[in-house]
Design a protein around this ligand. Structure first.
Ligand SMILES: [Zn+2]
Length: 752
């Protein structure tokens, strides 16, 4: 099976591995591409606007993670175009199907981004420009392929003008109007061409050349070549971006077998039906069947004995009977009781969530729905909704309760966490104790919950503000408990606080645990949110622009469930679409950043991890960085190595190591500066350097020195020092290797 997936960064091992395969394909297919250009792809993904283009990478993968092709798309939001930088298949693959699937994805993406055109280059298909018959054949088949979508080269311009005398086989510029087929306006085309030549070919095309090519676009509208290979009437230029823009909807098709009739059970099948009725009419959703995922996804968040218990207990309970837990192990949790009616209390947190025949199959199918929705987002869709019951957010690692059995949102988050950082935002009226428990000691999944204060609301024993996470996870759980009476306005205030925390965390994916029980007159809540409040909440969340998986949790007033859900999604999709087609400045402001000077034993490993993950240093260099920490720990204040550690909510995200230069009176060397890739481009390096200079000054230093390599790869490092006020003092040619000199920078620190 082939799937096409979007890759968001190169930080996680799995993405690194994918990217390594992409680079290998580039190397094998395009001998002329420089190693530098190949290596820079990862950085472009991490710092989207570094090249003044947003970089979007799609890979076509076979089961097991083998990459068989990829497409790299650049997005220019201000002028409004996309540029297909690369589309390539692994050697031995006849492009056909894979290339078509990738190109269609690229067109869909361009449609969603609402650009006016998709551009790319294609080598010429005319004999006079391309005398090599083999190459000519290839170029022709390529241009034929694109013609099927209506994409053709622009003509009567100087785009094919040689850059250097004697250059042959210059590429055509191909324009795909994405089915809207607007005339290609001259002024627009000129801006597009200028951006392509200046940014993509910076250093290759001299300014005069760019000027000349831009000026050569004289026709208005710019002319596009006649169809050469395909009859115009068979062209299929439409973009399925509308379908693609729709929210993927995955409904648990087996939810209604779980129907508890006893004790006025409000978590009933009609809930899903009333939501679905409203959504179906809107046209905003595209429904997909749940795919069956293996059990291991559940066991990654729930204890295996708990999973086995649920499976077995449901099977063994008498048909048509519900078993309600009633005795709980407060004093001794080490001995599970034998008697089934008592054993249920060993794995449950309350008396009103029963075990019966249908619980397990219904809950198990709900998990598949949550994972299917997550996979849609992983594949590049912006929003997916798992409309499931039973709900999940009260299910902890080894317990069920609060109508919940498996924690659907946590299972989706765990799955996504293999591909990027995940934030779970729980907006159910009740505290999301389940995912809090599951991720309490982790820093790669942030859990945030806004809920009725536990002093009056279920689950009563947690949800307090001082539960902030533990160990590695300290600072990565945020509870916002609210009073009994809350209206839309007060709710939004809390939601904004939650959103600030999510944005600081800077996740790749967002999981929303959507409860509709904050609504007015909900039988399980005390708040009074109205339909338009849900729309407003959706907007606030959508404005983060994150790929979002929404998982249905609570909400029990069936009369308003549908309209409230619909309003929430209206707000969400509107905001997400607005976000996608706008330009965004990287967010530089980081709250919760702290510096410290003292180091501890744990820092040895933290520094190793940090230095490794930046990917800039060799193994030997990493060892040196770690040794310096060791030397400081051993010699304490008599060591000449000093540190400034930058922490974000307790996590080490950057550091410097510096010290006085021996045999000088007031000169200091800054030996190391490293910033975690998640935080690069957000001003951390500059703040670290400032803090380091402040401490050097406090120690009597007058000059700070840094050095770096002369090679092109270090251009951004050198620019960074220069921006921070460092002046190049000297260059030692061939210092590191032939052609690789050492550049020494210095900054005078004025004593006050
Ligand atoms: Zn609830």
């Amino acid at each position: 099976m082939l799937s096409i997936r979007r890759i968001y960064d190169d930080v996680l091992p799995i993405n690194k591995e994918i990217l390594a395969q992409v680079k290998e394909i580039l190397r094998s297919r395009f001998a002329a591409v420089s190693e530098e250009a190949i290596e820079s792809i990862g950085e472009k993904l991490r710092n989207p606007f570094k090249q003044r283009f947003r970089t979007i990478l799609y890979v076509a993968e076979k089961l097991g993670g083998k990459v068989v092709g990829f497409a790299l798309l650049l997005h220019e939001p201000e002028i409004g175009f996309t540029y297909l930088d690369w589309i390539a298949m692994a050697t031995g693959r006849s492009g056909g199907g894979i290339g078509g699937a990738l190109y269609e994805k690229v067109r869909q993406e361009s449609g969603v981004l609402k650009v006016k055109g998709l551009f790319f280059e294609c080598l010429p298909d005319e004999e006079k420009y391309c005398p090599d018959p083999g190459l000519l054949k290839e170029n022709r088949s390529r241009l034929r392929f694109y013609e099927q979508y209506g994409a053709r080269p622009v003509i009567n311009t100087g785009y094919e003008m040689p850059v250097n005398r004697g250059d042959t086989c210059m590429p055509h510029l191909v324009y795909d109007g994405l089915g809207q087929e607007p005339p290609l306006k001259r002024s627009y085309a000129r801006r597009v061409v200028q951006a392509i030549l200046e940014r993509k070919y910076a250093g290759l095309c001299p300014p005069d050349y760019v000027k000349q090519v831009v000026a050569s676009f004289k026709d208005d509208p710019v002319q596009v070549r006649e169809f050469r290979y395909v009859k115009p009437e068979v062209v299929n230029a439409g973009v399925e971006s509308r379908v693609y823009e729709q929210i993927a909807l995955v409904v648990n098709d087996r939810h209604d077998i779980h129907h508890v009739h006893e004790r006025g059970y409000v978590e009933s099948p009609v809930r899903v039906r009333s939501i679905l009725k409203k959504l179906e009419k809107s046209g905003l959703f595209v429904q997909m069947k749940p795919y069956k995922f293996p059990d291991q996804h559940i066991q990654q968040v729930h204890a295996p004995d708990f999973v086995n218990y649920l499976k077995r207990a449901c099977r063994e309970v008498e048909e048509g009977k519900s078993l309600f837990p009633y005795v709980f192990p407060i004093r001794n949790k080490t001995r599970p009781p034998k008697e089934p009616s008592v054993l249920s209390g060993y794995y449950c947190i309350d008396t009103f969530t029963p075990i019966n025949r249908n619980v397990y199959p219904a809950a198990r199918r709900g998990v598949d729905c949550a994972l299917t929705a997550a996979r849609e987002v992983l594949n590049g869709r912006r929003i997916a909704y798992g409309l499931v019951r039973p709900p999940g957010h009260h299910a902890e690692r080894r317990s069920f309760g609060g109508f919940c059995y498996f924690n659907n949102n946590a299972i989706a988050a765990q799955y996504l966490s293999g591909y990027g950082k995940v934030a779970i935002l729980d907006i159910d009226y009740h505290h999301g104790n389940g995912q809090q428990d599951i991720f309490y000691r982790r820093s790669d999944v942030l859990t945030v919950s806004i809920h009725g204060h536990p002093r009056f609301a279920y689950p009563y024993f947690n949800g307090f503000e001082d539960e902030k996470g533990d160990g590695e996870g300290e600072g990565f759980n945020l509870n916002i408990p609210l009073p009994e009476v809350v209206e839309g306005e007060a709710y939004r205030k809390a939601l904004k606080r939650a959103i600030i925390r999510v944005e600081q965390f800077n996740p790749t994916f967002l999981v929303v645990a959507l409860g509709l029980d904050p609504a007015k007159d909900d039988p399980t809540g005390t708040w009074s949110l109205k339909a338009r409040d849900f729309e407003h909440n959706g907007q606030l969340i959508g404005a983060m622009g994150l790929p979002t998986v929404v998982i249905q949790e609570g909400g029990y007033r069936t009369r308003t469930l549908g309209v409230n859900a619909m309003n929430f999604f209206n707000g969400l999709i509107k905001a997400v679409q607005e976000w996608a087609s706008k330009k965004h400045k990287p967010k530089n402001k980081i709250h919760g950043l702290a510096f410290r000077q003292d180091i501890c034993h744990e820092d040895t490993e933290r520094v190793r991890k940090l230095v490794e993950i930046t990917g800039y240093f060799t193994d030997a260099e990493v060892d040196v960085a770690v040794e310096l920490v060791g030397e400081r720990l051993e010699k304490e204040d008599s060591s000449d190595y000093h540190f400034v550690m930058a922490e974000h909510y307790g996590r080490l995200i950057g550091y410097t190591c510096y010290g006085p230069i021996p045999c000088t009176q007031s000169s200091y060397d800054i030996y190391w500066i490293a910033v975690h890739p998640d935080y690069q481009g957000r001003g951390i390096g500059r703040q670290l350097l400032k803090e380091t200079e402040r401490r050097i000054k406090a120690g009597g230093g007058l000059r700070a020195y840094v050095d770096t390599s002369q090679r092109v790869q270090y251009a951004s490092t050198r620019a960074f020092y220069e921006r921070c006020g460092y002046l190049m003092e000297s260059l030692l040619p061939d210092f590191y290797a032939q052609g690789d000199g050492k550049v020494i920078y210095c900054k005078q620190l004025v004593q006050k």
